[in-house]
Design a protein. Structure first.
Length: 269
């Protein structure tokens, strides 16, 4: 497993070294800096469903995408609802969710094998996960909140890459971006026991109990989900930055309530 393995790419983005070194994709995880939004959405808010001004969000997308050499018109956005639903998209879908109406409802993961299609997912504590198969040249972008992690959405994404494009799990590279870490991911007993039932001993090994609260390491559980379907641990990179702790870098819903959104994006070259 790569410890760290992420590099700040300009003032607005982080990139995963493992994906960058491959040279076949453009990708990045946005920061909250150097945008045009104001107030609680300051400053690089990329949340199209927030109460921010649409014009500001679109300008933020232009700034973010320019830093990654991605055309904003190539973006595909979905309506995220903490589901485990994965949708395959093509070039006919570019622009959906940003410049034209999207029909990707209740969708928290996008996959494609077509160059020039930039798959975008959004978060403000949840885990953004990018997947890339360099053999079949297929990619995925996944939003894994605690419900998605509980539902093992990343497994659904790997199996969807296999079903649609013939990907083998042992070939897939995975980048897990900034998210809320166990230092601040506090849950009540009912949520903990739901995780314990699904993940068994992996939850016990990756949870701290303080009083009546449980602090779960969801990164470790997403890794467990990937291992279960055959993705090698050596091909999983985890960004250890906490969105709650690093207030000068990231939006955090748990820290701030109503706030902006970061974006994770990947596109085949």
């Amino acid at each position: 497993m790569h410890n760290g393995g992420f590099t700040q790419h300009g003032p607005r983005t982080l990139t995963c070294d493992m994906l960058s070194q491959n040279g076949q994709v453009r990708h990045g995880f946005s920061l909250n800096r150097e945008g045009v939004s104001a107030g609680r959405f300051a400053s690089l808010n990329l949340g199209v469903h927030t109460k921010d001004q649409k014009k500001a969000v679109e300008e933020n997308f232009a700034l973010f995408c320019r830093e990654l050499s991605i055309d904003p018109e190539h973006l595909v956005l979905a309506q995220q609802t903490h589901s485990t639903n994965i949708r395959a998209v093509t070039k006919k879908d570019v622009g959906k969710g940003l410049y034209k109406e999207s029909d990707f409802f209740e969708t928290d993961g996008l996959i494609t094998d077509e160059p020039g299609v930039a798959l975008a997912t959004f978060y403000a504590d949840c885990t953004p996960i990018l997947l890339f198969d360099p053999v079949t040249r297929a990619i995925g972008s996944v939003h894994s909140g605690w419900r998605g992690t509980l539902g093992k959405i990343v497994q659904h994404a790997v199996l969807a890459l296999k079903k649609h494009y013939g990907s083998r799990p042992e070939d897939i590279l995975v980048a897990m971006g900034p998210s809320i870490k166990s230092c601040h991911f506090e849950v009540d007993a009912d949520v903990y026991y739901a995780f314990a039932e699904r993940f068994r001993g992996a939850v016990e090994r990756n949870t701290k109990k303080l009083g009546e609260k449980f602090y779960i390491n969801t990164d470790a559980l997403n890794v467990q989900s990937l291992l279960e379907v055959g993705v090698p641990e050596s091909q999983i990179s985890i960004c250890h930055l906490c969105t709650y702790c690093e207030k000068d870098m990231f939006f955090s819903h748990r820290r701030s309530g109503e706030t902006g959104r970061m974006c994770a994006v990947i596109e085949l070259i």
